[in-house]
Design a protein around this ligand. Structure first.
Ligand code: UD2
Length: 303
């Protein structure tokens, strides 16, 4: 297969490119390098082409699609908070950009499109663990944009017979996630604070829970999703629920020292608990994440 990976120089993208190259695929990366880095990708590889371009530019997308059999669409404005600060800019990337890519794929008669949706579509969980039939009431423009993407994908499948699958990632962590951004995920922030000898800043009491999934497992899920032909949406996580206090204990074990912790007021709009059921992920992708939390944290701390 020849796979166009949009956002291929980013965090999840670059790990996915590695997994696709290891699986023998031909890979074309399209990235605007706003947050992605060329250095996240192998310097040279006979089956890798890297192009600079914007997913909102239909010509750039069409050019990158030449010869592609599959698309892995990961390019996006990935920050919930940035979407709250500038919802218009966020929607041009996450809705118009998304539409430009799936419509380009349709015109190019690409066989299969897999794209990044998000657990953010669910909002405050009506029940836990979340399965894919749970109600969706997003709390941010970002969550709404991803939900609109899921609806566009369903519509394109019905209207044009296109093969599309959305992956609703839970809390992805691992090497190359930028800790510097104010929007960074909690694990990359804690890892950076630990490395700097600074206290880990917990928002709230630390008893909130998340499903933390290692980025190389997510890359494997992406490859499996390209190789199957199911449509709709699939939750991607581990099925486990980890509190921030558990996470801090695990970081301490992996670093070989007890981290200092500072408790700050809870973040506004924070969800208390998040958890997914892995049933559809197993059934549709035949995929089970293989990386235990301690193993993933060690890989991150020693990256
Ligand atoms: C995740 C996703 C977000 C969206 C959302 C959907 C990441 C980075 N973000 O947000 O894109 O999909 O899920 O529900 O995966 N926290 C601290 N200290 C810090 C940073 C965070 O205590 O320095 C807390 C934070 O208040 C929250 C938890 O850690 O309770 C996880 O925060 P996060 O920003 O990593 O992820 P989340 O679940 O809010």
């Amino acid at each position: 297969m020849t796979v166009l990976v949009t956002g291929g120089a980013g965090f999840i993208g670059s790990h996915s490119v590695e997994a696709l190259l290891a699986a023998g695929a031909q890979v074309v990366v399209l990235d605007d390098f706003s947050t992605g880095k060329r250095s996240n990708l192998p310097p040279e590889h006979p089956r890798l082409t890297v192009r600079s371009g914007d997913i909102r530019d239909a010509q750039a997308v069409a050019a990158a699609l030449a010869g592609a059999t599959h698309v892995l669409h990961l390019a996006a404005q990935v920050s919930v908070r940035a979407s709250v600060d500038d919802p218009v800019d966020s929607s041009t990337r996450n809705v118009s950009g998304f539409l430009t890519v799936i419509d380009g794929a349709r015109r190019a008669a690409v066989k299969r499109v897999v794209y990044a949706s998000s657990a953010a579509v669910y909002g405050v969980p009506a029940q836990l663990p979340l399965d894919e039939a749970a109600s969706c009431l997003p709390l941010s423009p970002y969550g709404l944009e991803k939900l609109v993407d899921d609806q566009y994908a369903a519509l394109f499948a019905a209207l044009y017979g296109q093969s599309l699958l959305g992956l609703r990632y839970f809390n992805v962590y691992g090497p190359r996630q930028d800790p510097a951004s104010p929007y960074a995920g909690v694990i990359s922030r804690f890892a950076a604070q630990l490395a700097a000898g600074a206290p880990l800043t917990v928002f709230g009491d630390g008893r909130q829970t998340r499903d933390f999934v290692f980025v190389k497992d997510v890359a494997r899920a992406n490859v499996a999703a390209l190789q199957c032909d199911h449509g709709g949406v699939v939750n991607v996580g581990t099925g486990a629920r980890v509190s921030l206090l558990d996470l801090i204990a695990a970081l301490g074990r992996c670093a070989g020292r007890t981290p200092q912790v500072r408790f700050d007021p809870p973040a506004p709009g924070d969800i208390r608990d998040s958890a997914m059921t892995p049933a559809r992920m197993r059934e549709v992708l035949g995929f089970v994440p293989g990386t235990a939390l301690d193993e993933g944290l060690r890989a991150l701390l020693h990256a």
